[in-house]
Ligand binder design. Structure first.
Ligand code: CS2
Length: 490
């Protein structure tokens, strides 16, 4: 097998498509914070195509890793060894696949190892856009959408001379750009959040104002924060996946990734310092991302959670395995049609019934085999984003809330860390501290609903929801998740 680097690009097997542009002639116009698998399967793929087009060579990407972890150290080392190249294999539901070497990241900065270097990179006048995938919880917003300045991470960062968070790095770079006359860049959130542009604006401008009110005011005036809807199912990559993917592609890539063949990116056209011609490579531009985002978050992401939480308790491992269970499939179909859809205003021309079918078709993709534990992870940040509007819509209109109570009960039971059969699994919940976890695990099963996860849900006016959650939790413990669902469905 051939190792991956600039020098070996021309030797790769024919079934692997390599960049059709000269990487040496590209320069970075975008800095991306949080170079995880999703970014490497989505934005980088679009930019890889844009770089082929005439006059677009100034839009390559500088990747910025933020975390100070061994995983990040490893990523930075591999990126250096492979000249920032990696393979992306896209699988269609019928098993056909296509591999591309992605060349659009041309530089990688390990910010945790050298904060000052990262800030300096962001002050380069060629950097016109800073994009973000820092996760749902990474914006430090409370249930009302306010930035939590009193959060220990943010307090600590505000006290540092050289900041460490995404907010600190970006605001310090913008401060220097303002002072030197370089001017602003666009900050583009690519995270699954409601109104992610507005959320990013609130987070970054509040942070900046706390550091320096003049900078905060200047950012509000000059920096744009377009909203965007991003979509592509991108599973985690374990050691066995690396072996499998490398055998398939014939490339000894140390950090290959894979994804479904479906991909979508809808962006509000509001860039303060120019943008790549992404509309030429399949990106949709619009004045209002809201309807696209509602559909995606409340249907795809929410049904992912509504499947993963009971699925984990039932002992399933992947999405296609869980959805083969007709009980879970029927549950999702009804959730999509009867709970989520009635409260969504879709974009013109989009049929929610068809979208629901497409979501389930994507979930069935056996080659993707997305892990339920990946989806369940960080539910503490995800559920408020994916379910709040649906829960409030259902409760407010007096519709049947059982499926949502079931999802909630499954979330609280999942936080115990063992399946119905007692098999332990690791929960990854960065937004749930020990105090919050204790609420979920309290003996009185209603206590879990006091968690801040539910702060935006209008539960006070609907005590019957809490009663049902408790009953369902008791039933899950007494007879298992599957039977509990079967009894209701039957
Ligand atoms: C998933 C998403 O993590 C999750 O909860 O629902 O990662 C999902 O796969 C992507 O948003 C798809 O675009």
């Amino acid at each position: 097998m051939i190792p991956l680097s600039n020098a070996t690009l021309h030797q790769l097997p024919v079934q692997v498509t390599t960049p059709r542009y000269d990487r040496q002639k590209t320069t970075a116009g975008i800095a991306h914070l949080g170079v995880g698998n999703f970014h490497r399967a989505h934005q980088t793929m679009y930019i890889n195509k844009v770089l082929e087009r005439e006059g677009q060579q100034g839009w390559a990407i500088v990747g910025v890793g933020l975390r100070n972890t061994p995983r990040e150290d490893k990523r930075a080392a591999i990126m250096a060894e492979q000249d920032n190249l990696y393979t992306l294999t896209a699988f269609a539901p019928d098993g056909t696949h296509e591999t591309n070497v992605i060349g659009s990241i041309i530089e990688y900065v390990h910010a945790a190892k050298d904060r000052a270097a990262a800030i300096k990179r962001l002050t380069d006048p060629d950097i016109k856009i800073v994009t973000l995938t820092i996760t749902e919880g990474g914006y430090y917003l409370d249930a009302e959408g306010n930035f939590t300045l009193d959060h220990p991470d943010i307090k600590a960062d505000l006290a540092r001379d050289v900041p460490e968070t995404a907010f600190g790095l970006v605001c310090e770079a913008l401060r220097q750009r303002r002072e030197s006359g370089t001017g602003p860049f666009t900050v583009l959130s690519c995270d699954n959040l409601r109104h992610n542009g507005k959320a990013a604006r609130t987070a970054f401008c509040t942070y900046a104002t706390a550091r320096d009110p003049i900078l905060g005011a200047w950012m509000k005036e000059n920096v744009t924060f377009p909203s965007s809807m991003v979509d592509r199912i991108t599973p985690s990559v374990g050691a066995a996946d690396i072996t499998r993917l490398d055998a398939l592609t014939g490339v000894a890539d140390q950090m290959p990734i894979f994804a479904e063949d479906f991909t979508q990116w809808v962006i509000e056209d509001n860039f303060c310092d120019g943008r790549p011609e992404l509309e030429t490579v399949g990106v949709q531009f619009t004045d209002d991302v809201g309807p696209y985002e509602q559909v995606k978050l409340r249907m795809l992401n929410a049904s992912h959670s509504m499947l993963a939480l009971p699925g984990v308790l039932m002992g399933y491992d992947t999405v296609p395995h869980a959805i083969e269970d007709t009980l879970l499939l029927g549950h999702l179909e009804r959730f999509l049609a009867e709970d989520a859809s009635p409260f969504i205003t879709p974009p013109k021309g989009v049929s929610l019934a068809q979208y629901a079918q497409q979501v389930l078709h994507r979930f069935r993709n056996p080659a993707v085999g997305d892990q339920l534990l990946r989806i369940a992870s960080d539910s503490g940040s995800k559920l408020p984003v994916f379910l709040t509007d649906t829960v409030n819509g259902v409760l407010g209109s007096g519709r049947d809330h059982w499926r949502l109570a079931f999802g909630t009960a499954c979330f609280l039971e999942y936080l115990r860390g063992t399946t119905d059969k007692g098999t332990p699994y690791t929960i990854t919940e960065p937004a749930i501290n020990a105090e919050q976890l204790a609420l979920a695990r309290a003996e009185d099963l209603a206590t879990g609903l006091q968690m801040t996860v539910f702060a935006g849900w209008n539960l006070k006016d609907h005590p019957d929801f809490a009663t049902d959650v408790v009953k369902i939790r008791q039933s899950i413990r007494a007879q298992g998740t599957h039977k509990t669902l079967a009894q209701h469905a039957g």
